[in-house]
Design a protein around this ligand. Structure first.
Ligand code: G3P
Ligand code: MG
Length: 247
């Protein structure tokens, strides 16, 4: 199987934009990533009731918007009425849930590269992967570096690679499972994205020794970042990249 690879990555990637500094998964948060001087940003993508792709982490709206209910039960027009910024700080009042298309336009404007995490609502992994694949195939801006597509959901990674096979993929896990090599090989992933909390040096070394690339989340602490990089983690996802710089 052809395994698409991303270019060499910087050692810090903004997490949900930069979630420590601006409301996660909003255009404001992605702008802030660029303002902080980062070159890559991660965000979460979910499918709406009417098949649109939007940036949001939780399946429910309650934590990060002034709405209630579940994303897969709401059409885009209803989601666009919601405020996705004021919960974080009144400075961000009026911020909306962005679509993937709006986000891609902003990435072009800012010259940012992206890790798109497919975050399907329960029961929609395959459909969400197909929709992201169709977006990549038909609408990804040609001037932008190909994004890394990641997911905890292997059905989503499989679906995206069927529709848009040329985009690099990363398998997301919490603890690294015992069958990680088989899964990466089966899915054609070049990268493994694991939880920093559970990562052990021996595991990191095994991943690298097998020729795969390793990323870890979510790293907001200098000592943990330093350990990750020492062990060969190529990039850490951080809400507070400013805390990790100059070390
Ligand atoms: O993609 C890294 C990280 O974002 C995975 O966890 O829950 O923050 O999306 P989560
Ligand atoms: Mg994420």
């Amino acid at each position: 199987m052809n395994v698409p690879e991303p270019p060499p990555l910087p050692n810090i990637i903004g997490h949900r934009g930069v979630a420590g500094h601006a409301p996660e998964n909003t255009l404001a948060s992605i702008r802030e990533t660029a303002t902080m001087g980062l070159a890559w940003v991660e965000f979460d993508v979910m499918m709406t009731k009417d098949g649109e792709l939007v940036l949001i982490h939780d399946e429910t709206l309650d934590r990060t918007t002034d709405g209630r209910g579940r994303v897969p039960k709401m059409p885009l027009a209803a989601l666009k009425q919601l405020d996705a910024g004021a919960w974080f700080d009144t400075r961000f009042k009026g911020e909306r849930i962005p679509t993937l298309a709006e986000t891609a336009d902003l990435l072009v404007e800012l010259g940012l590269s992206a890790n798109i995490e497919i975050k399907p609502a329960r029961g929609y992994a395959r459909e969400t992967g197909q929709a992201v694949g169709a977006f990549l195939r038909d609408e990804w801006p040609p001037g932008l570096i190909a994004p890394i597509i990641s997911s905890f959901w292997t059905e989503a990674l499989g679906a995206v690679s069927e529709v848009a096979p040329g985009f690099p993929r990363g398998l997301l896990v919490g603890r690294i499972p015992s069958n990680w090599t088989e899964e990466l090989e089966r899915l054609g992933c070049a990268l493994l994205h694991c939880s920093q909390r559970h990562l052990r040096r021996s595991q990191a070394e095994a991943v690298l020794a097998s020729g795969y690339r390793l990323l870890s989340y979510t790293v907001n602490d200098v000592a943990k970042a330093r350990a990750s990089w020492d062990w060969g983690v190529e990039a850490v996802f951080s809400d507070y990249p400013d805390r990790l710089r100059n070390i």
